[in-house]
Design a protein around this ligand. Sequence first.
Ligand SMILES: Cc1cc2nc3c(=O)[nH]c(=O)nc-3n(C[C@H](O)[C@H](O)[C@H](O)COP(=O)(O)OP(=O)(O)OC[C@H]3O[C@@H](n4cnc5c(N)ncnc54)[C@H](O)[C@@H]3O)c2cc1C
Length: 386
Amino acid sequence: MGAGPAGLTVGCILRAAGIDCLVLETESREFIEQRPRAGVIEEWAVRGLEQRGLARNLLERAQRHTQCEFRFGGQRHRFSYTELTGHHHYVYPQPLLVTDLVREYADVRGGEIHFGVRDVELHDLDTDRPVVSYTDETGQRQLVHGDFVAGCDGARGVSRAAIPAERARTARHDYGIGWLALLAEAPPSSDCVLFGVHPRGFAGHMARSPEVTRYYLECPPGDDPANWPDDRVWSELQHRLAATGAPPLTEGRLIEKRVLDMHNYVVEPMVFGRLYLAGDAAHLTAPIAAKGMNLALHDAFLLGDALVAYLATGESAGLGDYSEACLGRVWEYQEFSRWLSEVYHGASSGDPYLAGTTLARLRRVFQSPSAGLAFAESYLGKDPAG
Ligand SMILES: Cc1cc2nc3c(=O)[nH]c(=O)nc-3n(C[C@H](O)[C@H](O)[C@H](O)COP(=O)(O)OP(=O)(O)OC[C@H]3O[C@@H](n4cnc5c(N)ncnc54)[C@H](O)[C@@H]3O)c2cc1C
């Protein structure tokens, strides 16, 4: 269920082992290949894709990032995480990764995929022959019988809700903060990611490609993008990201402008009968720490490998451990996302106590080598189990 990074990766792993599967997707192929979202992929996730034959284009085209820059108190503070750890980030836009994965799944590995499906429903999940029903593009109702359902249909899908309330717990956290997510047809204005911690609100700059840059501006939750005409956006970005010695941002046409209300959730366990949730369907991490797609890939590797082991040899340990194995990293990233949210938003909280303590936290990252290393490991997504 779902042709995002999670569903397509599971599909590719199954097809590589010669296992039949069907991917159902509500949108069209063109739509998912263009939907802009993530860009930062962690090194272990790229290695995981590479090991499964899914990273050829990524390794040829992705940029490698070795440092980021915080701007606060009118100064620039460079943080070279590669110097501290030897590891780096990859920047590869999510639409390119999804395009690669669809091509690999459907055109190279011969996987079946139906786009534009509607009214998807799950049945008999607590039996060993679960059923999925849906309306296809011609309006016909279809029934699919299978061994397993991988619920990879994202934050707005139906699979999470198919778990009876008494069989899973959903933990939620609402930050009470909005981010205006922007894509600009403008080259990056820095050779690294920029985080502006400013009394007027957080601002972020992230390269996506030589021609396109993602920006974020903290705004009230539920704000209307119409309140943000282009000149207001650029004036706020220039102001919040200004620092001594920093050239002004290169401006350009804004091709995406939408407000994201920052909230997180985690469903535990991620399994009900023969339904296995993966990615945003199971846990949402607001883009504060750029972790969601990485977690989706982590789940997909574990689920794909566990399904192959079970279906090919009857080995069930991977499926039995699946939820717990995913949730270790999920909770680690949730905690980092919360920590980072306080750092980003303390200065603009209106509470001078919070502003003072979170700026102290940020200075500690630059002044204490052990605090710097701890930050770098979380930022890079070091395996929490070591
Ligand atoms: C602005 C923004 C920036 C981000 N930046 C980053 C970043 O830098 N790094 C990072 O790691 N993460 C980032 N993320 C998060 C990342 O995009 C998501 O975590 C990721 O897409 C999750 O992948 P997924 O496969 O679980 O879900 P999705 O990508 O949401 O895929 C789910 C798919 O299921 C389909 N679907 C929905 N309902 C149904 C249904 N009923 N039946 C069948 N199909 C259905 C959807 O159309 C979709 O194609 C960002 C997110 C946003 C919004």
